[in-house]
Design a protein around this ligand. Structure first.
Ligand SMILES: Cc1cc2nc3c(=O)[nH]c(=O)nc-3n(C[C@H](O)[C@H](O)[C@H](O)COP(=O)(O)OP(=O)(O)OC[C@H]3O[C@@H](n4cnc5c(N)ncnc54)[C@H](O)[C@@H]3O)c2cc1C
Length: 480
């Protein structure tokens, strides 16, 4: 048994753990980072990067099919599934390689390999061979896919995001379970790549969209491409010869049983806390077994333990994992003098087509009473000039502001270039700009951002409480 005493132990060498390590090292050299699984991070190995690579291939096929709109005929689009997935893996491996290079640069005495668990407050075991006494601990263990019981007997016919990218070729058919971000991105990409897809949601949610009108609009658009039921009734899922048999109530056709090559289960992710034996940590746990964590410091329960990234479930996206890791690593270094980190405006993007962006205060998901103190502006992209030019004129944008101050607080969008529009709006919300100040910014012509101006003008009219319709701005150019 090896015993070590360290100032700071970081559990998990993903995005959050590595950011915590870099911040902690500025305070002490007596630090370890413990990794039980594969080095390389979820984002690079099985998350953001391979999914976006698959989506890039899918968009290319989709655009080729739509080229006829412009009078360009490319003939039948042939998709070579083996080559699509080979490129995904090849480029993915380069991203993983760059993470591995930075792991290699970490001194070997700082790296511990194995799964960590608490033996007592401040005391960790790593596997059976090592005990680490740590003054301060950062938990950065990430999350893993939930696999509901009904899918557990499906063996190799069960896919999750981790295994999808390892298929030798694209399957003929996939039943996707879960219409959240991961299910929607991967399911639509498969559909664009010629895979027969049916997507089954359960709670009515769709890509995290809070606003009902936008959600319904998006559900309608996706259904033009593949069958999507966000409140599906699935009766049976069974492993059979040649695939997976799914019995469900089809929205229009009633009871159906269909055979699929695979099921892709994207029914949410759970924090990797179970193996940590948190009951030995001395931390107060809530009814779900989660340590109570202060969002500004990432400190658990006023203790010397910090919880960051997907493991705390506060904002499971990459930039937040990295930022939280930095705050917690710094606070672990300066403990007990912890400092609050200024949190960023909430911001997420779904790389569907059209894309979805959510920014700031989720006014669209509030009850009527809660919404009372906010004004809502809206614009549609169907007649928006630039969107029509490029043939991507589907979508809605809603923008939100505080009634009493006119300060812009958030937005939700399903539409063209939402990844870019979302950034503009997130930066404006974080700067606490007023709607008038945003309207005083330059808008070029013809650009998709002119659709943002239309929504902001609509919002401005609501704020000044006039009943005037927003007339198309004559000096703005056609279709703005
Ligand atoms: C398919 C998919 C697509 C995504 N796309 C995007 C996107 O486009 N944009 C975006 O912002 N976010 C995206 N995300 C989310 C993003 O990947 C995560 O928010 C981010 O990777 C979380 O980083 P983390 O450091 O918290 O966890 P991870 O990177 O998962 O790191 C946790 C590490 O802890 C290790 N570990 C776990 N338990 C222990 C233990 N007991 N002892 C030692 N080590 C342990 C694990 O092996 C792992 O290496 C996506 C996620 C998925 C699944």
């Amino acid at each position: 048994m090896t015993k070590r005493e360290v100032d700071i132990a970081i559990i998990g060498a993903g995005t959050a753990g590595l950011a915590a390590y870099n911040a902690a090292r500025k305070h002490t050299d007596n630090v370890v980072i413990i990794e039980g699984g594969q080095y390389g991070t979820t984002c690079a190995r099985v998350g953001c990067m391979p999914s976006k690579l698959l989506i890039a291939a899918a968009e290319s096929a989709h655009d080729a099919r739509k080229a006829g709109l412009f009078g360009i005929h490319v003939g039948d689009v042939m998709i070579n599934g083996e080559r699509v997935l080979a490129r995904v893996r090849k480029e993915r491996d380069k991203f993983v390689g760059s993470v591995l290079t930075s792991i290699d640069a970490i001194p070997s005495q700082h790296k511990v390999v194995g799964y960590a668990r608490f033996l007592a407050p401040g005391m960790l075991a790593v596997g059976k061979e090592m005990e680490i006494e740590a003054d301060r601990i950062v938990i950065a263990t990430g999350s893993s896919p939930n696999i509901p019981e009904m899918f557990q007997g499906l063996g190799e016919r069960l896919l999750v995001n981790d295994s999808l990218f390892e298929l030798p070729s694209l399957p003929e058919s996939v039943a996707v379970f879960g219409s959240g971000v991961v299910g929607l991105e991967l399911g639509q990409a498969l559909s664009h790549l010629g895979v027969r897809v049916r997507m089954f949601g359960r709670s009515g949610s769709l890509g995290g969209i809070a606003d009902e009108e936008i959600r319904n609009y998006a559900e309608h658009c996706f259904n033009e491409e593949f069958y999507l039921d966000t409140r599906s009734e699935v009766i049976d899922v069974s492993l059979v010869k040649g695939g997976v048999s799914i019995s469900f109530i089809h929205r229009d056709k009633g009871a159906l049983t269909e055979l699929f090559d695979y099921t892709l289960v994207a029914t949410g992710r759970s924090p990797n806390l179970e193996g940590l034996a948190l009951h030995n940590s001395g931390l107060t746990l809530d009814e779900n077994g989660m340590p109570l964590t202060e969002p500004s410091t990432l400190q658990c329960d006023n203790s010397a333990v910090f919880l960051v990234g997907d493991a705390n479930q506060q904002a499971p996206v990459l930039h937040e994992a990295a930022y939280e890791g930095r705050i917690a690593g710094d606070n672990a270094g300066r403990y007990p003098n912890v400092m609050p980190g200024e949190r960023m405006t909430p911001f997420s993007v779904v790389f569907s087509s059209p894309q979805i962006a959510s920014v700031g205060v989720p006014v669209g998901g509030m009850s009527v009473a809660e919404r009372d103190s906010y004004a809502v502006g809206r614009s549609l992209f169907e007649d928006q000039g630039r969107s029509k030019v490029i043939g991507k004129n589907r979508g809605i944008l809603k923008v939100y502001a505080e009634c009493n101050s006119g300060i812009f607080v958030g937005a939700e969008m399903f539409g063209p270039a939402a990844e870019h529009i979302g950034h503009l709006l997130a930066w404006a919300a974080q700067q606490r700009m007023t709607v008038s100040a945003m309207l005083a910014m330059p808008f070029y012509h013809p650009v998709i951002e002119e659709g943002v101006r239309t929504a902001l003008r609509n919002l401005h009219e609501k704020l000044i409480k006039t009943d005037l319709e927003v007339n198309p701005c004559m000096e703005c150019g056609p279709g703005s």
